[in-house]
Design a protein around this ligand. Structure first.
Ligand SMILES: [Zn+2]
Length: 95
């Protein structure tokens, strides 16, 4: 019997063929307080979070591996710019 577990958070749309690529860099080891504003559903191995930290914003990508997690971040942007990148990410226009 299949048990349905409803997803509460959005998933990223299938990647469009003309998508743009984001630069994913190692996380900054800054001692900053990060506030997670939005996130994608964790039923996928790869999840994305829209983060605010110290007046700037960025997207964090977490990939669940067998025994560890791999985390990368985008560049830091203004809240507004990050918001538009986030929308494009969910829409499959950037990855
Ligand atoms: Zn899900």
């Amino acid at each position: 019997m299949e048990i349905f577990t409803g997803c509460m958070s959005p998933h990223v749309a299938p990647l469009r063929t003309d998508h743009m690529r984001l630069v994913w860099q190692d996380p900054l080891r800054a001692q900053e307080r990060v506030r997670v504003i939005a996130w994608t559903c964790d039923c996928k191995a790869t999840t994305y979070e829209l983060c605010h930290a110290g007046g700037v914003a960025f997207v964090r990508r977490t990939v669940q591996l067998d025994r560890s997690v791999e985390t990368h971040e985008t560049f830091r942007w203004s809240f507004r710019r990050a918001e538009s990148v986030w929308a494009s990410l969910l829409g499959g226009e950037v990855r």
